[in-house]
Every structure is written in structure tokens, then in C-alpha cells.
Design a protein around this ligand. Structure first.
Ligand SMILES: O=P(O)(O)OC[C@H]1O[C@H](O[C@H]2O[C@H](CO)[C@@H](O)[C@H](O)[C@H]2O)[C@H](O)[C@@H](O)[C@@H]1O
Length: 259
């Protein structure tokens, strides 16, 4: 306790407290209704929908839909971070024969999948996510879309030539190493989950008792100090290690050439 207090008041402690405050703000604990019946029905007349304005502004332009995965195409859930391929396959098979399992809320619902398929018929559609591309593709299972995994480090589109994952592949060994180090350093903090997203690594705080958040964030900070090539970003109750200094100008130039 004394050590934690000391840490909390020192310089590094101020930085960690700032991280945690901003994580709390970006992912507040919400009391959710368990049924969709209480949700307002989506309508083009809903206040703020601005359908007419969107139509007017898009005249003569090409619309591209960029969709997030977690919290957009599937609900935010507590503990569905890593499912093995086998578990995913079993869950999909059970769902296919109409048997609902607790993992179902984690995947894209059939209704959502049908909606995205419909949207993609009219607009170029991309799913942009912090998760690794293959994982998200295995959840969404729709061909004909662009998938940008690991926060855009790994992009694949419907056309075979649209692929520039090699751009960051030289960093894979380092990312694997960081993943292993983080697993080791955080294993004593109950509830911690470290997720390898191929080109980035996520440390999940969601299932960790808030009293241990500081200790977990401190481990994250120590690992970050050892890898100056990486930067830290944050999502909903998650801290993510990303490669810094990727030449995005070069990447977008190559993407434009492939498209
Ligand atoms: O860019 P996103 O698609 O939003 O990816 C950000 C992170 O999404 C996932 O974590 C989030 O969803 C989990 C499941 O609902 C939830 O438990 C977690 O608290 C959220 O942060 C994913 O697991 C992470 O790897 C992504 O970084």
C-alpha cells in the first residue's frame, strides 16, 4: 500500500493517473437495458439525423462507409477477448443450428451482417478496427469489404492487389516479444487480459478490479519505457501498444496505386 501511495504521488504516478482518468472518461460504466424494446426506433425523422442534409452534401460525391467493429457492429462485452478458432467454430455451428450460446453477443448478429451487406451494395465499405484483420474477418464473414486490422497496419480489400501488410511485417517479432513480456508482467493482476492483435498489442482493464488499475498501468508504463519504438493509445478500458513512426505518406501512396 505504501509503495503504491509513493508511486501515485511521484512523477510517473501523475502520468499514470492521467492515463487512468482519461480511460475512465472514454469508457464510462453504463447501466444498460437488457432488451432492445426500450431503445428508440431508428427513423430518418429522428432529431439530428439530418438525412436531407446528408443527401444534399453527398451529391456528386462518392460515399465511403468506415465502420468500427467493437461497440459498433457488435456490443461491448466483458470477456470475449480471445476465443480459440475451435471455440469460434463450435459457437458458429451451434448458432447455425439455432442454439444460442453465451458467446453469441460477441459476434455480429445475422441482422447486423445483413445490414452491412446491404450497405456495401451501395457504398464502398471498410471495417477499421484495433483487432487483427483475420479475427475480424472471421467474425464478420463478408467478402466485398475492406478490412483494416491492427489500427490500419494490415489492410485487405476485395481486390487481390489491395494488400500492403508487408509494410509493417518487420515489426512482428518485436510485437510478439512485447506480447509475451506483457503476459508475464501482468499475470499476477487478476482479470488482466493481453491480446495479440498481430501488429499491435492490447492490455484489457475491463475485468480488473479498479483498485488494481494503477498497478496494471504501472506495468504497462514499465514495458513501454523499454520499447521506445512503440506508442500507447487507448480505447474502451484498453491500452494499446502500437508501432510509431510508420511512414503513412508512403503507405497511402502505395494504397492509391493499388486501388
Ligand atoms: O477499434 P476497435 O474495433 O473498437 O478495437 C478496439 C479494441 O476492441 C476490442 O476491445 C473492446 O471490445 C471488447 C469486447 O467487447 C471489450 O471487452 C473491451 O473492453 C473493449 O476495449 C479488442 O478486444 C481490442 O483488442 C481492441 O483494441
Amino acid at each position: 500500500m505504501l509503495l503504491m501511495k509513493k508511486l501515485e504521488t511521484e512523477k510517473g504516478g501523475a502520468k499514470i493517473n492521467a492515463w487512468l482518468d482519461s480511460m475512465r472518461t472514454s469508457s464510462p460504466t453504463r447501466i444498460r437495458s437488457t432488451t432492445t424494446a426500450s431503445l428508440p426506433k431508428p427513423t430518418t425523422e429522428a432529431p439530428g439525423f439530418m438525412f436531407e442534409q446528408i443527401v444534399a452534401a453527398s451529391t456528386g460525391k462518392q460515399i465511403v462507409m468506415f465502420l468500427d467493429y467493437d461497440g459498433t457492429l457488435s456490443p461491448i462485452v466483458e470477456d470475449r477477448i480471445e476465443l480459440s478458432c475451435l471455440k469460434r467454430l463450435i459457437s458458429s455451428l451451434l448458432l447455425f443450428i439455432g442454439y444460442k450460446t453465451p458467446t453469441d453477443s460477441f459476434f455480429v448478429s445475422n441482422q447486423m451482417r445483413a445490414t452491412v451487406r446491404e450497405v456495401a451494395r451501395y457504398f464502398t465499405t471498410a471495417i477499421v478496427t484495433g483487432r487483427c484483420r483475420d479475427k475480424v474477418y472471421s467474425f464478420v464473414k463478408l467478402a466485398g469489404l475492406y478490412y483494416a486490422g491492427s489500427h490500419g497496419m494490415d489492410i485487405k480489400g476485395p481486390s487481390k492487389s489491395y494488400k500492403y501488410k508487408k509494410a509493417a511485417s518487420e515489426f512482428l517479432p518485436m510485437i510478439d516479444e512485447v506480447y509475451r513480456v506483457l503476459v508475464e508482467k501482468t499475470k499476477s493482476i487478476p482479470g488482466t487480459k493481453v491480446e495479440n492483435n498481430k501488429f499491435c498489442v492490447s492490455v484489457h482493464f475491463r475485468c480488473v478490479d479498479e483498485k488494481s488499475w494503477f498497478a496494471l498501468a504501472d506495468q504497462v508504463r514499465l514495458v513501454l519505457d523499454d520499447y521506445p519504438q512503440l506508442k500507447l493509445t487507448q480505447g474502451r478500458k484498453v491500452k494499446e501498444f502500437l508501432r510509431r513512426l510508420v511512414d503513412w505518406k508512403k503507405l497511402s501512396h502505395r494504397a492509391a496505386k493499388c486501388a
